[in-house]
Ligand binder design. Structure first.
Ligand code: COA
Length: 185
């Protein structure tokens, strides 16, 4: 696709740093996280939505930073993933379910595997914490996101008609982390 080719033509800056979010980083990075996510996603999220995820599941949120080597203090945000993991006792059977709430990569540096790496880090972190599955919703028209998740093994579990405020429909995608076949349990 034209857009992807253009993105890949942009050189990645030398040094990339993937770090886990922590509360002490809020002042330095939350404004940039909000700006990056609100730029491309159709849903406007208030500061409280970000804090809901980041306060409780900082260990499931990762940032990709470009280390401007000459100024170690000024590291700019190039990508972020925000997730949660909850136990759903009312499900049959009860389910430990991970959820990818937000994912974005700065437009200039797409197509270099940054989102793939962020999603893999989140999957590994949730799998280590015994998640049974990971779910998310994405707009049906968001082909880069659909391709990314399906390449990583997510399956379409449901179509959600007119799910977003802009009237677009979504797919719920699910990645099963544990076998549901009783013969292999
Ligand atoms: C969707 C989104 C997060 C993808 O980010 P990204 O960093 O470009 O994703 P990746 O680079 O990991 O994967 C994109 C493509 O680059 C390719 N790629 C991966 N690593 C690569 C590398 N090292 N070199 C070249 N290409 C690479 C992938 O194979 C993939 O190819 P595809 O287009 O055929 O699927 C990004 O487009 C975005 O931020 N969109 C706006 C927000 C959004 O839609 N978020 C998702 C909401 S659910």
């Amino acid at each position: 696709m034209e857009v992807a080719r253009d993105a890949r033509a942009t050189q990645l800056p030398g040094e990339l740093l993937y770090i886990q979010y922590e509360h002490a980083l809020e002042e330095q990075y939350l404004p940039a996280i909000r700006a990056l996510i609100s730029k491309d996603l159709s849903e406007p999220y208030s500061i409280y939505v970000y804090r809901y995820f980041l306060y409780q599941w900082a260990h499931l949120c990762y940032m990709e930073l470009c280390n401007k080597a000459l100024n170690p203090v000024d590291k700019s945000l190039m990508g972020v993933i925000i997730c949660k993991l909850e136990h759903h006792a009312s499900h049959s059977p009860p389910t430990h379910r991970g959820y990818i709430a937000m994912l974005a990569v700065t437009s200039t540096f797409r197509g270099h595997g940054i989102a793939t790496r962020l999603v893999k880090m989140a999957i590994d972190a949730m799998a280590e914490r015994n998640a049974d599955e990971i779910v998310l919703e994405t707009e049906e028209t968001n082909l880069p996101a659909m391709r990314l998740y399906e390449r990583l093994g997510f399956l379409r579990s449901k179509k959600l008609h007119r799910y977003y405020l802009n009237g677009n429909s979504a797919y719920r995608l699910v990645l099963l982390l544990k076998s549901t076949d009783p013969e292999t349990d």
